[in-house]
Design a protein around this ligand. Structure first.
Ligand code: 13P
Ligand code: 13P
Ligand code: MG
Ligand code: MG
Length: 366
């Protein structure tokens, strides 16, 4: 069967600040999808990471389908009503446009979609991150799909070893989708030159060069570009198919043990290490640290298995402790230097006003 996985994620309000959605809001979103989606979709899953709710639906209607996107948009709208009634912080935060117009892309929520002919066995991973930006997946994807130091399949498997085609988006271009295709291993250094800049160049998708099949789809939404001002971080969502002609599940997960430094954290304006956490975790310390969770599923005839939480394992407890120490180390230096984003990337307009006022007080000495 040709199945489409559609994963959409939005912050529609949370308890106590930007921490976690309420169980009532999550329940409303889930019920809405189950009820209204009955004749439209094959299966669905709803979960949350930090203050963002993620909805995964399976269907046969292809990517960008208007009815499927409308279903999830309206589920988030319905959840927002509950959030408002409960007085949740930032109710409807990521629903930046009033009216649905064909597709949730460009309306606020983050979207990742994969469409493929199901293999006999079809494992995949759903990643959801909070308090960070889409470029947070750049390094883990590079290491899992290009570097045999992390991904042994690149030297052990004849198909994985033929490399991958990366589609990279320049998210600074707001008028149109500006993209480039880079083929590894030959162009690995070109890819690294782009992906070092997580704020500008973002992996959008990855294809197997052996079979042409799509392995990865990653949300590239920039909320600031849609809203024209800071309304929250772009907390990204990603789908990754694994095994056989793709890296193994464990190879995809391996780079997440680094806890690499990403943009986000408090007020979307700092640098912090990305901590792999269990699905359903909130954030706390300094509205962070930036977190990522991941669930593994198999899908057959459009039906999902129950998920297994890949970061719910003793190994990742050790990783979390290590990453907490990295977070502590960078937070010790507060606003200074590398701990905060450069001026141009700061998400808050307030500092611009402050700097303009100071500008007028400067004078030059003869
Ligand atoms: P199995 O031999 O258990 O199928 O594992 C193969 C594999 O890909 C492990 O990473
Ligand atoms: P979210 O983007 O997760 O809502 O976080 C916003 C923020 O400012 C946290 O301090
Ligand atoms: Mg929020
Ligand atoms: Mg969030």
């Amino acid at each position: 069967m040709k199945v489409t996985l559609t994963a959409i994620k939005a912050d529609i309000g949370s308890i106590g600040g930007h921490l976690v959605p309420s169980s009532d809001v999550i329940a409303r979103v889930e019920e809405f999808i189950a009820e209204r989606g009955k004749d439209l979709i094959c299966d669905h899953f709803t979960g949350h990471t930090g203050d963002d709710i993620a909805v995964l639906v399976t269907h046969e209607r292809g990517p960008g389908d208007e009815d499927v996107h409308r279903l999830v948009w309206e589920a988030f709208k319905s959840g927002t009503e509950v959030a408002k009634n409960q007085g949740l912080y930032g109710a409807g935060q990521d629903l930046l446009k009033d009216a649905f117009s064909g597709n949730v892309r460009g309306l606020g929520p983050a979207v990742a979609e994969l469409c493929f002919e199901e293999r006999e066995n079809e494992p995949f991973l759903l990643f959801t991150a909070d308090k960070t930006e889409p470029g947070a997946y750049n390094l883990p994807l590079y290491l899992a799909f290009v570097d045999p130091m992390y991904s042994s399949g690149l030297i052990l498997s004849p198909t994985v070893g033929q490399g991958f085609a990366f589609t990279v988006m320049d998210v600074s271009c707001t008028k149109k989708d500006r993209i480039v295709e880079i083929c590894t291993p030959e162009e690995a250094y070109d890819l690294a030159a782009l992906l070092r800049d997580n704020g500008r160049f973002v992996v959008e998708s990855i294809r197997s060069r052996a079979t042409g099949e799509e392995a990865v789809s990653c949300g590239t939404t920039r909320l600031r570009n849609i809203a024209g001002k800071y309304v929250g971080k772009d907390d990204p969502i990603m789908l990754v198919r694994t095994q056989k002609n793709f890296p193994a599940t464990g190879e995809i997960l391996a780079p997440f043990e680094i806890g690499h430094f990403v943009a986000g954290f408090m007020r979307g304006s700092h640098i912090g290490p990305l901590m792999p956490v269990k699905m359903g975790s909130g954030v706390s310390f300094f509205d962070g640290p930036p977190i990522v969770s991941s669930l593994a599923f198999c899908v057959h005839d459009g039906k999902l298995t129950e998920p297994t939480d890949v970061f719910d394992h003793p190994y990742w407890d050790w990783v979390r402790n290590k990453v907490a120490e990295k977070a502590h180390n960078i937070r010790e230096q507060g606003f200074s230097g590398a701990a905060m984003l450069p001026y141009a990337d700061l998400e808050y307009g307030g500092i611009k006003v402050r700097m303009q006022a100071l500008e007028e007080r400067f004078c030059t000495r003869n």
